[in-house]
Design a protein around this ligand. Structure first.
Ligand code: ADP
Ligand code: MG
Length: 256
């Protein structure tokens, strides 16, 4: 359902060339939680951003639901992006808008008529368990609550794909787990395909069915998480550090 074919991204900075993503083939099955694992600078964010065309590929093809993303512009690109939500490590909320208005604003950008926006935004806030914080500004919310608002914003356009770039890296472990549980619930209950970027094997262990390990812009390992047999040194390193969370891990309290 997400099919990258020989996709690559080269940046030119000053006189320097950076091959952030080397020509890569990647198939991400529909309905999975799929991980992009690697250390800082490996090209994870760039690869993720190629999926919704936040980055323009230097070459190759990106198909989402059979639709070629490369070459889309204007309304067609905007419509395609509505089917692909995204969340970030630093949440990226607008500080001068309430939580509800942050979600509504995304719908405004998506071109939804004013009359429908409020109801849709409230529905999304309810889905992330924040109906009682609609009128709060981001600064009045904890990190976990901010990420929930960002998830509500991403959900508001009813996407079938959610891209997560280090979505729990700025959160304490308990809050991180509560966000991962929410993502898992969205995957299981809505069949949402989720692509997560992480440097944390625990996150991948807990959520993902499959992962690839990236190193210097290349996929060096592809791993089935139900029977991990990493082939690369880096992949093995990640798994040696693995001590994953399970469904039985007790969350002492909801620390959002
Ligand atoms: N907009 C950009 N301009 C120039 N270089 C970039 C840009 N974005 C990323 N890079 C470079 O591409 C490489 C991969 O970056 P990134 O995808 O952010 O890695 P990761 O998310 O795995 O930490 C790095 O060397 C980074 O400096
Ligand atoms: Mg990154």
């Amino acid at each position: 359902m997400i099919e990258l074919t020989q996709v690559s991204k080269r940046f030119q900075v000053g006189g320097r060339t950076i091959d952030a993503v080397q020509p890569t083939d990647l198939h991400i099955p529909s309905g999975e939680v799929f991980g992009l694992l690697g250390f800082s600078g490996a090209g994870k964010s760039t690869l993720l951003r190629l999926i919704n065309r936040l980055e323009e590929p230097s070459a190759g093809s990106v198909r989402v639901h059979g639709q070629e993303m490369v070459g889309l512009s204007g309304d067609a690109l905007r419509e395609a992006r509505q089917r692909i939500g995204m969340i970030f490590q630093q949440f990226n909320l607008l500080s001068h808008r309430t939580a509800l208005h942050n979600v509504e604003f995304a719908l405004e950008v998506a071109g939804m008529p004013a009359a429908q926006r409020r109801a849709k935004a409230r529905e999304a806030m309810a889905a992330v368990g924040l109906s009682d914080r609609e009128q709060s500004y981001p600064a009045q919310l904890s990190g976990g609550q901010r990420q929930r608002v960002a998830i509500a914003r991403a959900l508001a356009t009813s996407p079938s794909v959610l891209l997560c770039d280090e979505a729990t890296s700025a959160l304490d472990p308990h809050t991180a787990l509560s966000i991962l549980r929410l993502l898992q619930q969205l995957n299981r209950e809505r069949g949402m395909t989720i692509v997560i970027v992480t440097h944390d094997i625990k996150v991948a262990n807990y959520l993902c069915q499959h992962c690839v390990v990236l190193e210097q812009g290349r996929v060096v390992d592809r791993i089935a998480m139900d029977n991990p047999q990493p082939q690369s040194l880096l992949g093995r390193f990640f798994f040696e550090t693995a001590k994953g969370w399970t469904d039985q891990t007790v969350l002492p309290q909801e620390q959002t």
